[in-house]
Ligand binder design. Structure first.
Ligand code: ZN
Ligand code: ZN
Length: 149
């Protein structure tokens, strides 16, 4: 697999450090990321960037792979299925688990950064990343998106 260059279109999604605005931007080598809300630029994509160099926003070498969907949706679906299953029939539980599995299989992977939580979509090599690891996350005191202190 070619990891250097030849990328298709890819995007960076990032929560602005300054104003907290979450935005997704089409990314390309040497491009500056800019918050559409407050105009602050957290980073410029390195000129010959490839995934193996780490996060294009903060330079962190630790990235992980996860499914590009609201994980809560999947959990909620199974949870709803479980409730209906207990109340009505276990067939519901089975049906919802199946639905969840089908949805899961269809969703593409994205790469995310442990340190700055940037999300990279459509980048070559994403499939080679490790999945989320709590021990690595602890090193960076990483908090999943949406969890505020
Ligand atoms: Zn901002
Ligand atoms: Zn980062």
């Amino acid at each position: 697999m070619n990891l250097s260059g030849g990328q298709g279109e890819w995007t960076v999604a990032f929560e602005c450090d300054d104003c907290g605005w979450y935005y997704r931007q089409q990314a390309a080598p040497s491009q500056e990321l800019t918050c559409p809300q407050c105009g602050i630029s957290p980073a410029t994509i390195p000129p010959a960037w490839a995934l193996e160099q780490g996060c294009p926003v903060c330079g962190c070498r630790h990235l992980y792979r996860r499914k590009d969907f609201n994980q809560l949706l999947g959990i909620a679906l199974v949870g709803l299925g479980a409730v209906l299953g207990v109340l009505i029939s276990y067939w519901f539980l089975l049906a919802f688990s199946l639905l969840d599995w089908v949805i899961y299989r269809r969703i593409a992977d994205l790469a995310a950064c442990y340190r700055c939580a940037a999300e990279l979509r459509g980048v070559d090599g994403t499939a080679l990343l490790e999945v989320f690891d709590h021990h690595t996350a602890e090193i960076y005191e990483f908090k999943p998106a949406g969890e505020k202190t």
